[in-house]
Design a protein around this ligand. Structure first.
Ligand code: HEC
Length: 125
């Protein structure tokens, strides 16, 4: 009995050690998708051109656009948004996201898809 409890505790510790934190990921991606990034969901295909760009256009670029002092960056192009995608884990994807500013977080399905795209190394696909 005692042995099986110990085993269980060992498994729990092992599993906790496997969870991938956003900060670990951040150093992996570093604004450069080809730099030592391994797609975490290789079977799932969320594309920049057919999906992500449309979401950003609809919800974000009114503030995140060149010449607009409200939000930093220019999310209307791939190279413009890329330096910011690691921050999406805090500002956009969680249930308590504060972007889009002044609005409720994006619908859960949209946030899930953005999460897949970024964890697949934010490709320009
Ligand atoms: C109404 C204007 C507005 C909208 C719409 C908006 N943002 Fe922002 N955003 C801001 C402002 C202003 C800041 C800078 C102040 C701050 O960090 O809170 C910001 C900051 C951010 C940051 C952090 C940037 C950094 O360098 O730390 C991210 C990431 C972000 N926004 C993502 C988004 C995304 C993704 C969307 C669309 C889903 C969005 N925002 C929609 C105004 C907006």
């Amino acid at each position: 009995m005692k042995k099986s409890k110990l085993l269980l505790i060992g498994i729990v510790i092992f599993l906790a050690g496997c969870s991938n934190s956003a900060s670990e990921f951040e150093s992996e991606i570093d604004g450069n998708p080809s730099n030592e990034c391994t797609p975490e969901f290789p079977g799932m295909d969320v594309t920049y051109n057919n999906y992500v760009a449309g979401v950003l256009n609809m919800y974000c670029i009114e503030c995140h656009h060149t010449g607009n002092s409200q939000g930093p960056g220019d999310f209307s192009t791939y190279s413009g948004v890329l330096p910011y995608v690691d921050k999406f884990f805090v500002r956009v994807i969680p249930d308590n996201a504060d972007m889009p500013q002044g609005n409720a977080p994006l619908p859960k399905a949209v946030r899930d898809s953005l999460n897949v795209w970024i964890r697949n190394c934010a490709p320009q696909n």
